[in-house]
Design a protein around this ligand. Structure first.
Ligand code: ATM
Length: 247
């Protein structure tokens, strides 16, 4: 590919936006805000989630989150990474290459937080496994919803039966939160921390403001390229179906 065509391909590429945060921070409502704000700008994103987003990924999600399963931290990471490999190769990359924008409810930063921090595998092991299997795709923008672990867990406990990871200790979630925040500090241009302790309406305003900065940077005055027509909203996972519970 010549330099000119590589530049053109990059212009044509969709953008990859991820949403992250611990339990109870309001991910579900803010995911809807991201999608509707993009739609307001004529962008019809593919909405997906991790672990999951493919048939194999959804099956592996059940393995990882099923409360009956015991597994080592490395097994957990490898199962999640296998689901991610499938997701990136068969869903995310093809969509981006075709000019489609992708919004994912969680991605690699969640492994850095939960397996790297919570399970204490460390960022190095998480990243080197992904490097080894060839998952090197980075989001263009990551919004990290952050609030105190206690407040988040309090909200989570009003939602019914916790999954295998949700049953972890306060210390586990404190380590996961610290790992998320360390990652955001290391990559301030890609990751924006949003204080999720404020009322939802204020959090949604902050989410939209950060998206507007991105839209301005990526689109400038020109319309989005390769954007699916309005009204043909296609989702890799149905928002209502995959987010039956509020997160
Ligand atoms: P949701 O809460 O977004 O449905 O995610 C399911 C769980 O998967 C969540 N559990 N808790 N608590 C976080 C966990 N998870 C990981 O542990 N590592 C990952 O890489 C991802 C994507 C999710």
């Amino acid at each position: 590919m010549t330099t000119a065509t590589a530049a053109e391909a990059n212009l044509m590429r969709g953008r990859f936006i991820t949403l992250e945060g611990l339990e109870g921070v309001g991910k579900t409502s803010n995911l809807e805000t991201i999608v509707s704000h993009l739609q307001d700008h004529g962008i019809d994103p593919l909405v997906t989630r991790e672990p999951g987003g493919t048939e194999i990924g959804e099956a592996l999600r059940k393995v990882v989150l099923g409360s009956g399963h015991q597994m080592s931290a490395m097994t957990e990471l490898m199962v999640i990474a296998a689901a991610r490999l499938e997701h990136v190769n068969t869903v995310i990359e093809p969509a981006l290459a075709a000019g489609r924008w992708v919004v994912s409810d969680r991605y690699l930063d969640a492994s850095l937080a939960y397996q790297g921090g919570g399970r204490e595998l460390g960022a190095e092991q998480v990243l080197s496994l992904h490097q080894y299997i060839g998952v090197t795709l980075q989001p263009d923008l990551t919004l990290l919803l952050d609030m105190s672990v206690e407040a988040g867990l309090e909200r989570m406990h009003t939602r019914g039966e916790p999954d295998r990871i949700e049953q972890e200790s306060l210390a586990f979630f404190e380590r996961a939160r610290a790992a998320y925040l360390a990652q955001a500090q290391a990559e301030p241009l890609r990751m924006t921390v949003i204080n999720a302790a404020y009322p939802l309406i204020a959090v949604q305003v902050a989410v939209k403001d950060r998206l507007d900065d991105g839209l301005q940077e990526w689109l400038g005055d020109r319309p989005a390229i390769g954007v699916a027509p309005m009204g043909s909203i296609e989702s890799n996972v149905e928002l209502g179906e995959c987010h039956g519970r509020s997160t």
